[in-house]
Design a protein around this ligand. Sequence first.
Ligand code: FAD
Length: 438
Amino acid sequence: MAAPPAWGARLVVIGAGAVGVTIALRLRRMGHDVTLLSTDAPGSENAASYGNAGWLSPGSVVPISMPGMWKKLPGYLLDAQGPLRLRPSSLPHIWLWLLRFVACGATRARARAIASALRPFLADAPDRHAALAAEAGVPELIQRKGLLIVYPDEAAYEADAFGWQLRRENGVRWRTLDRTALEAACPGLGPRYGFAAQISDGAHCADPGGYVAALATLAREQGVRFADGHVDGFVTEAGQVRGVSTAGRVVACDGVVVAAGMGSRALGAMLGDSVPLVSERGYHVQIPGVTDEPPVPVMMSDLKFGITPMKGGMRAAGQVEFAPDGAAPDWRRARILLDRLRDGLPLVKIGGFSTVRHWMGNRPSTPDCLPVIGPSPSTRGVFYATGHGHLGLVSAPWTAELIGRMVGGDTVPEAAPYDPARFLGSRRRGPRRGSARP
Ligand SMILES: Cc1cc2nc3c(=O)[nH]c(=O)nc-3n(C[C@H](O)[C@H](O)[C@H](O)COP(=O)(O)OP(=O)(O)OC[C@H]3O[C@@H](n4cnc5c(N)ncnc54)[C@H](O)[C@@H]3O)c2cc1C
């Protein structure tokens, strides 16, 4: 373990998802005294980190918001069986976010800027996760078998040319497969698909919830204290954080990292910071005991969902649903995934909805497709590490690296695109260079 800094900060990390646990481990290794507070235990089904698709792809540099998206949106929204749903009651709360979201990738230049800002999180993520999993004693959870993005035909692949151009510009390598090669790489895939791109450097996590729990065990062994606790306030003194409160108890500290996924928005509001997260709700269905599942993760480009071979069965994950905060899941979205799975894998025997596990989770998404990582605009000693949207699992190690450097007092110029102060309404009163030093 690295020598502790002379000032030996007492740090609280809020949130036991992939991001918070990875950060806690990193900060502890830097020699800090770290307490992790979380509403839910590490690996809990309530966290987005539990039920995601497990993709660790250097190819995910392509932003969700791309040029021409505004033309496709109405079609998606009108298609009740499509990959995107917006409950009308959510519109008053999210319309501004949506406009900004569509605008952020509306030109090639903007999409290019987002892709290059995402690259550092993704480029060597498979290596970083493999190293973490090995240390945590669960090397088998990071599988390095590559990833397949499948298309009906070569013309559909060509129609995605700009996305592939962005990948090439950001160092992603892939090879294309015709139907024969695709059948060899992924037996059982239906005739719907005749072409594919194979990202050989890509990896996947075969049990995201189990992985987070294993990282938490490692962190605990290394001295991170874990406590159940829903954080409901901050104690500040002259613009410096001094503690966090949870159910009437105050945990004193010199610094706080807010890594609470969707919960980070409310925590930011308590400090007067605008952290404009909206939940892009996603769903999964998981089918245990399938013997002829695809041997590698597959993204159905046209149906917009991914299939991942997981420890607990074949998981189909996807869908984006905008709904009011706290609204009950709409399990029709999960049923659609099951139907799409049957379309994509007609030869695979898949039972009815009652026989599969289903799950809904909140992707903490920003209106500019970039995470929120950096010092609080309002309060010294507070740092945000959230807003990873569709990419929070893969991005956790690089996020932890950035936070480690910031908390140590370093200036981190390459983190400028993720600065929490970039959002309207943020008021930066403290120093631009955050440090947990009192
Ligand atoms: C269907 C789907 C598929 C996805 N696929 C992928 C993928 O393939 N690859 C990828 O990289 N990402 C994927 N994602 C995104 C990824 O899951 C998220 O970005 C990531 O899990 C966010 O992690 P997190 O640690 O920030 O938040 P979470 O995992 O949600 O954890 C937040 C934690 O904060 C705690 N918390 C919240 N509020 C408070 C509070 N006030 N006090 C204390 N604790 C609090 C919660 O209890 C929870 O433990 C997917 C998401 C979905 C929904």
